[in-house]
Design a protein around this ligand. Structure first.
Ligand code: FNR
Length: 369
């Protein structure tokens, strides 16, 4: 029995029934215009025994999407389709935050309105392939945002947060991890701007803080989480001095009234285990020395390592990603040390109900004599 994982915790205004968080998981089951699919309510309600569910990345505006079939929160029909999802989670006793997402340069004209170029801090392309409307395709060089366009993007985050609350989400989580737009502004291999959003660390962190301020103003204190991945090199991310950068990020975030800081641990690159790691990568223990608020850590955890991390005081809760896909009753399995089922990677992003809402809860095998 892993009793530590069972302890309730207040994450700002969120009353989590236990220390197990469902990590955000893009599942590519929305319509082309970003309306979540009909099975989303079933999928999330099946997983509502988590202390907190963080939704899949939800696009804040039409140009924010990086892949086909990802949901949004800018249009009336999207808000209307999310409402039964949050109701189903609440009826099942859970809490759910909306992860607010702008992919920036990690996009492709084939998923942009009118086939436009994706935007980013600087015209620097990711070296690699993306999953676009026509399958695997090289990334393109993004168009650098004008300084005057940035306040509009901050406004889109605020609008999406207001829409999230209207749709019944308990909180919002800013996706500032994994090489998406906000991360692209933070790190200097993707941000080579010369205006007030580039250059010094203070300037590169400005967009993050403007968005966080707008989100807290919109949804109130204790209802905003922020996700960072300071050790990840996913989507070409790197910084010339990550410790100095993230020291400033974390200490500045501590001055805001967040529900939690969500840290992706070293060893994870986006949605999979890392092939290469940065030198002396930043982990949750390093963050803990600089951040007094709630820390949710994610990345490669087991019931045992999660219990240890919480007991040592390094983190307050642990998020699980891949395990939640195939184990809708994951909290029970972790707490009671029951077997954990393996997910089928072929159906991670395949659309449809298969590999989405058909994973069973744990049942004691029938005894044979
Ligand atoms: C992810 N992950 C992810 N992260 C995020 O911030 N937003 C997202 O939308 C997604 N989407 C996503 C889809 C799929 C299919 C996977 C497997 C992962 C990353 C995820 O939240 C988590 O950080 C990693 O999976 C590492 O945790 P685990 O799986 O080792 O517990």
């Amino acid at each position: 029995m892993n009793a530590t994982l069972k302890e309730p915790i207040s994450l700002g205004m969120i009353e989590a029934a236990n220390r197990i968080v469902m990590a955000p998981l893009t599942r590519s089951r929305a319509s082309d215009d970003g309306v979540p699919g009909r099975s989303a309510a079933t999928y999330y309600a099946q997983r509502a025994s988590a202390g907190l569910i963080v939704s899949e990345g939800i696009c804040i505006a039409p140009g924010a999407a990086g892949n086909p079939m990802v949901p949004g929160l800018w249009a009336r029909e999207q808000i209307a389709a999310w409402a039964p999802v949050t109701t189903a989670v609440h009826d099942a006793g859970g809490a759910i935050a909306a992860q607010l997402w702008h992919t920036g340069r990690a996009s492709h004209p084939s998923v942009q309105p009118d086939g436009r170029l994706p935007v980013g801090p600087s015209p620097i392309a990711i070296d690699g392939l993306t999953f676009a409307a026509n399958g695997r395709t090289p990334y393109v060089t993004p168009r650098a945002l004008d300084t005057s366009e940035i306040s509009q993007i901050v406004g889109h985050y605020a609008r999406a947060a207001a829409n999230a609350r209207e749709a019944g989400f308990d909180a919002v989580e800013l996706h500032s991890a994994n090489g998406y737009l906000v991360d692209q502004f933070l790190q200097d291999n993707s941000n080579q701007r010369s205006d007030r959003y580039g250059g010094s660390i203070e300037n590169r962190v400005r967009l993050l803080i403007e968005i966080v301020t707008a989100l807290v103003d919109t949804v109130g204190p204790g209802r905003v989480g922020v996700r960072i991945s300071p050790a990840s090199s996913f989507q070409d991310m790197a910084d010339s001095d990550p410790r100095r950068l993230f020291d400033h990020v974390v200490r500045t975030l501590a001055e805001h009234d967040l529900a939690y800081l969500h840290v992706v641990e070293p060893g994870i690159d986006g949605w999979r285990d890392a092939r290469h790691q940065r030198d002396s990568p930043i982990d949750s223990a390093w963050i803990r020395a600089r951040y007094p608020g709630n820390i949710v850590a994610a990345g490669g955890y087991t019931a045992e390592s999660a219990s240890r991390a919480i007991e040592s005081g390094t983190v307050d809760a642990v998020a699980f990603g891949r395990h939640f896909i195939a184990n809708p009753d994951l909290p029970r399995r972790l707490i009671e040390n029951l077997p954990i089922a393996e997910p089928n990677r072929e159906t991670f992003y395949s659309g449809g109900d298969q590999g989405y809402i058909d994973y069973p809860v744990w049942r004691e095998p029938a005894r044979t004599n």
